[in-house]
Write a protein that binds this ligand. Structure first.
Ligand code: ADP
Ligand code: MG
Length: 695
């Protein structure tokens, strides 16, 4: 009989339950103190934990262990070490020490560091993040870790996230203390909704562009797009349903709370949403989810595309970052029922609004990737301008607070600074504004700009740190006040007045908004190279340094890594286009022309009076497109060579954007035109209809 969900769930995780069952109680207590209060783990305790963890992993068939980490490439890395230790007598034992659990030393020289670490001193180490459970995957015990250089610089995505979670927790606790509540910790919670495409493996293998770059670099639009809107929440096709079922089971085994699954707007596009969790755990889980999606798709003859924009003219894939703050029992972004709860809520809400307004440029960097550049601002994803949607009811509250006027919500009342007149309002029930990049959805914020491949650590460490700063400022302005409630309400009013320009409830996709946003002075950085400069902005460096999240050097190194990454991706895309055009597309058109010309010649030979008009018309067009493609290839080759030889990373990334991308678009346009009229069996690339409608 198949195992039940309850039996499966968490069966491959060294979770709380396993720890309690298996560890001696004193060890368990020390480990819990480390997990919950961040106390350092003593080596004796680590030795016991390691040995128990090893035994548990071996029972599940594990033969190796790995420190599982997230270098700046964004994906996860692992290097497997065997437990096996040969003995003098020819036998072997299985070894795993506390030291090996706590710290690993992968050769760090091949991971991007933005010049932080010269290759000669390529040493870096990984350190266990005991707040994220170890798990067994493919017979390997995986230990979630952070990755640092020996001089202490963060070389990964997780370290700043963990630091930022501590920063926001400290400041939120101070705020709660002022409200008369003392808590140990405030957690950042994250629920990432993951979009993806599934296509057939046999089609994938015929498309070098998807294989090498994750997206189609060529392809004319299908005659049926997503205009019928029949796919969203539509019946899930059997092969996809089988895939989803297996995926759910594998995720549940890893303790990943996969909850909802459905078809998305575009044909072949789907979504998976888990139940939210503490930020670092949710992000570890999201990375595992992406890995498993790819792996399990292959077992069903499918390929999972996580690229932000695999198909031109068809919706791309995003990853919504649902975010909130909570104590062990209270969601701090829940408006609550009493005026006092309302005031506390308004403080946290205002802090988020201020943070997003002041650090919009920095937040923008967290979602800037070459792939996501195709999404943001296109007609399907939020624009590159960051604004906040709060809904009508909350906006009315904000209006009332800002103008000292009566609140025009369901319950009329006079508003002034006194806390007992802050209105009570219900959870937002209005239609959620899908066009907003940053929407308040009742008791959490949903950041909708991240692309589907994103490691959400970046978005969250920036958000956490910026909000931590606003909470700190709130504390310093109100903690010595004679009347705290009055001072808090005054801070809310001042903050909302100063930062409400970032609130926008209208249609974020409209051109009018772009103009209005410019009038309001909101940044609109349209492409990755433009966005990344915010990593070098003194205001942003100061923020990160003040809270010990990243140093100036670390920020600058991240800028280098991101700009370099942008150029590398574009270089690969340009080269792949050239290969495909030269070796596949131009020869296809030439061969077809030969065929058509042959037909015309044969007809003439049979009877000179037979018309060859159709052949001639076709040949004229084919020949024109072939010429255009050939010219396009020359041009792209030339600019790609020039730009790739540039040495200044900033100038280079901009040149890829300004010069190489237009050349790529030009080549694509002529190839797509040729595809439209080329006989199907001559065209070597599976067409969009095939990719999108055959799973
Ligand atoms: P939808 O947006 O589709 O209506 P929900 O609002 O229920 O769905 O949730 C979307 C995502 O937000 C889910 O992953 C959910 O777990 C997550 N989420 C819900 N509450 C919170 C919270 N307090 N903090 C972080 N994420 C949350
Ligand atoms: Mg959503």
């Amino acid at each position: 009989m198949a195992a039940t969900v309850m039996e499966l769930y968490g069966s491959k995780v060294f979770n709380e339950h396993e720890m309690r069952e298996r560890l001696p109680s004193s060890t368990y207590k020390s480990l819990k103190a480390t997990i919950e209060k961040g106390q350092p783990l003593d080596l004796d305790v680590a030795n016991v934990v390691a040995s128990v963890m090893k035994r548990w992993a071996i029972e599940l068939g594990a033969t190796h262990y790995t420190h599982w980490f997230q270098p700046l490439t964004g994906i996860t890395s692992e290097k497997h070490d065997g437990f096996v230790a040969p003995q003098h007598d020819g036998t072997a034992i299985m070894e795993f020490s506390g030291k090996e659990l706590i710290k690993g030393e992968p050769d760090a020289s091949s991971f991007p560091s933005g010049g932080l670490r010269a290759t000669a001193e390529a040493r870096g180490y990984t350190a266990w993040d005991p707040t994220s459970y170890a798990f067994v995957k493919d017979d390997v015990l995986c230990i979630p870790t952070a990755f640092c250089s020996y001089t202490g610089e963060a070389l990964d995505k997780k370290t700043p996230l963990l630091r930022s979670m501590k920063a926001i927790s400290d400041q939120a606790r101070r705020v709660l203390h002022l409200f008369g509540k003392d808590v140990d910790q405030v957690h950042t919670t994250v629920g990432p909704e993951q979009e993806y495409f599934l296509i057939r493996k046999e089609d994938y293998e015929k498309r070098l562009d998807i294989v090498l770059t994750g997206r189609t670099l060529f392809g004319s639009a299908p005659s049926k797009g997503q205009e019928l809107e029949e796919h969203y929440f539509g019946v899930i096709r059997p092969v996809v349903s089988d895939f989803m079922k297996e995926l759910d089971e594998e995720l549940w085994k890893l303790g990943i709370p996969a909850k909802t699954k459905h078809n998305e707007v575009a044909p072949s596009q789907h979504e998976l949403a888990p139940i939210f969790d503490t930020a670092n755990v949710a992000i570890d889980h999201n990375l595992l989810t992406m890995e498993l999606m790819k792996k399990i798709a292959a077992r069903h003859g499918l390929v999972c595309l996580l690229h932000e924009k695999p198909f031109e003219g068809v919706n791309g894939s995003g990853k919504h970052n649902n975010w909130s703050l909570s104590t062990d029992g209270e969601n701090l972004l829940d408006p609550g029922d009493t005026p006092m709860q309302n005031l506390q809520f308004m403080v946290f809400l205002s802090a988020v609004i201020k943070a997003v307004d002041e650090y919009a440029d920095l937040l923008r960097t967290s979602v800037a990737t070459p792939g996501n550049d195709h999404r943001l601002g296109a007609n399907e994803a939020p624009p590159a301008i960051i604004s906040i949607f709060v809904g009508e009811e909350l906006e009315a509250v904000i209006d009332a607070i800002c103008s000292d006027s009566p609140y025009a919500g369901p319950v009329k009342m006079k508003m002034d600074l006194g806390v007992d007149v802050l209105p009570k309002f219900s959870k937002d029930t209005t239609d959620r504004n899908r066009t907003s990049p940053f929407a308040f959805t009742g008791n959490k914020f949903e950041f909708r700009m991240p692309g589907s491949t994103e490691n959400l650590s970046d978005a969250n460490f920036i958000l956490n740190t910026a909000v931590a700063k606003e909470l700190r400022d709130f504390c310093s302005e109100t903690e010595d006040a004679a009347d705290f409630e009055c001072a808090a309400a005054a801070w809310v009013k001042k903050t909302l007045n100063e930062h409400r320009r970032v609130i926008f409830n209208g249609n974020g996709y409209s051109e009018a908004w772009e103009i209005e946003a410019e009038r309001r002075g909101l940044p609109n950085r349209k492409c990755t190279p433009d966005a990344m400069v915010a990593l070098k902005d003194p205001k942003n460096i100061k923020l990160m340094e003040e809270f010990g999240v990243l140093t100036r050097t670390e920020m600058l190194s991240r800028y280098e890594v991101e700009m370099e990454h942008y150029s590398k991706v574009l270089n690969i895309e340009a080269r792949t286009m050239l290969k495909i055009a030269n070796k596949q597309l131009i020869p296809a058109v030439t061969a077809y022309m030969d065929d058509v010309a042959g037909t015309a010649a044969t007809k003439m030979a049979v009877n000179e009076s037979l018309s060859t008009r159709a052949e001639q018309k076709l040949l004229t067009k084919l020949s024109q497109y072939a010429d255009e493609m050939s010219d396009g290839v020359d041009e792209l080759q030339k600019v790609a060579d020039e730009v790739s030889a540039m040495t200044d990373e900033t100038a280079k990334a901009h040149a890829y954007h300004d010069v190489v991308i237009p050349a790529m678009e030009k080549l694509r346009a002529s190839a797509d035109a040729a595809e439209e009229i080329c006989r199907e069996d001559y065209w070597p690339l599976p067409c969009y209809s095939r990719l999108l409608y055959y799973t």
